[in-house]
Design a protein around this ligand. Structure first.
Ligand SMILES: [Zn+2]
Length: 205
């Protein structure tokens, strides 16, 4: 479940070494770094949090945080502090969320859970949308030659069929699901003989 886009990594919160980065805006202004450090201390209790108080510009820090795939970035500037709020930015969707400083721990913890769940759902939907059922050899061939992903097909259990599929189409068996023994057909998608096993097949690159 490691993802990425043009800006770099997109890590699911559970595996991200740093889950939250706080980036102060106009950090030389009085009180900004102090407040950022205070928020960092509070967030440190609910997430793996870092404060980027280096001398680089905020824009540079944003890019660096994006490249490293840190799931949530907290932006905090003098105007935010005055208004008692901060801005949370999701790495996965880039959505910006205004957040009251009073409830920043709760909101960040909730957001990390949401990101984790959303990323998992998206990965699952992506995987599920790339599984194709083949009921006979014509369908099997058509899918293997034209569609990316996995092929679900019945197999008689004969190694000869497995070898034929491998030689004809460069496709190999990947797994035989135990919990998902659905019968999509009664016959082997290769030879047409009776088949009881459902197998996932994938292109061997
Ligand atoms: Zn067969």
């Amino acid at each position: 479940m490691v993802h990425g886009d043009d800006s770099g990594l997109v890590l699911p919160p559970r595996i991200a070494p740093t889950q939250v980065v706080i980036i102060p805006i106009q950090q030389k202004k009085e009180g900004v770094l102090e407040k950022a450090a205070e928020v960092c201390g509070r967030l440190g209790k609910v997430a793996r949090t870092k404060l980027d108080d280096s001398d680089k510009s905020p824009g540079w820090k944003f890019s660096e945080a994006e490249m490293r795939g840190i799931p949530v970035r907290v932006e905090l500037g003098p105007k935010d502090i005055e208004a008692g709020k901060c801005v949370l930015v999701r790495r996965d969707t880039r959505e910006k969320i205004e957040c009251s400083l009073d409830e920043v721990e709760t909101k960040v913890a909730e957001l990390l859970e949401t990101i984790q769940k959303d990323m998992f759902e998206r990965a699952k939907a992506h995987r599920d949308s790339h599984i194709w059922d083949a009921h006979n050899y014509a369908e099997f061939t058509e899918i293997a030659n034209n569609k990316p992903g996995f092929i679900r097909a019945m197999w008689c259990g004969d190694v000869a069929c497995e070898n034929k599929i491998k030689e004809d189409l460069a496709v190999t068996s990947r797994c035989m699901p135990f919990n998902d023994q659905e019968h999509i057909s009664d016959v082997c998608a290769c030879c047409g003989k009776p088949a009881k096993k459902l197998v996932y097949w994938g292109k061997a690159y």
